[in-house]
Design a binder for this molecule. Structure first.
Ligand SMILES: [Zn+2]
Ligand SMILES: [Zn+2]
Length: 230
């Protein structure tokens, strides 16, 4: 079946994500846009995924747990998972290596962890957008080791894009799929996402993936197949 997706959306937990990007607002906006599946991908954390997944379950939207990992070189890697527990393991790993810089809410915004009713149940004190200690050379194997699919994010952008930072796409890094607005000419499959930091930026029903079932399992298997990893 054809499933319309947007696999790169930030919540209010990202310092740069709008405060209106709550689990309920994101899920409802995605449904208004006619999407079947989204992934919540905050910077270096997945702590708002449980709420978004729970809201999605109630509303009939598949929500994949995800994270936008910042490598030591400041390259952004979209890390997609089927199960939240897998993402949690990645988060535990990188939280041990991430630089500890206190967030300044007045400059970067608050970093709120919400429950499925959009209530703030915690706040991340350390700035999430800083680099993790994970090198881009190790990122693909690390993410796959936890069961995830690593996808260099917005490779067409200079800022924090793999090609912009490194100057070229190195196949030896082990990535099998990229994220890009249009075909980057790398002879690799690619997905196109919004990277929405505001609700209105969430994708329209434009990009789709062929999956066997409308479920996290179905979508993740379809992504692996598309990436040639299955
Ligand atoms: Zn990014
Ligand atoms: Zn992003």
């Amino acid at each position: 079946m054809k499933l319309f997706y947007d696999l790169h959306i930030h919540s209010c937990l990202s310092p740069c994500g709008d405060e209106d990007n709550t689990p309920n607002n994101i899920v409802n906006m995605a449904l208004i846009k006619g999407l079947n599946v989204i992934a919540l991908a905050d910077h270096n954390t997945g702590k708002n995924c449980p709420a978004a997944i729970a809201v999605g379950k109630k509303s009939g939207l598949v929500v994949l747990p995800a994270m936008e990992l910042t490598t030591a070189e400041d390259i952004h890697i979209l890390c997609l998972f089927e199960k939240y527990g897998q993402l949690q393991q990645l988060e535990e790993h990188i939280s041990r290596t991430r630089m500890r810089v206190k967030n300044k809410p007045e400059i970067f915004g608050r970093q709120c962890i919400l429950d499925e009713n959009d209530r703030c149940i915690g706040e991340e004190e350390n700035l999430l957008i800083v680099s993790s200690g994970v090198s881009v050379e190790d990122a693909a194997a690390l993410v796959r080791g936890f069961g995830g699919l690593p996808v260099p994010a917005h490779v067409d952008k200079q800022a924090n894009g793999l090609i912009g930072v490194l100057g070229a796409f190195d196949r030896g890094l082990g990535f099998t799929m990229v994220e890009c607005a249009k075909d980057p000419g790398l002879s690799l499959p690619y997905i196109t996402d919004s990277d929405a930091h505001y609700l209105w930026d969430i994708s329209e029903a434009e990009h789709w993936i062929e999956a066997e079932t409308c479920s996290a399992h179905g979508v993740f298997q379809a992504l692996l197949k598309m990436a040639g990893e299955k």
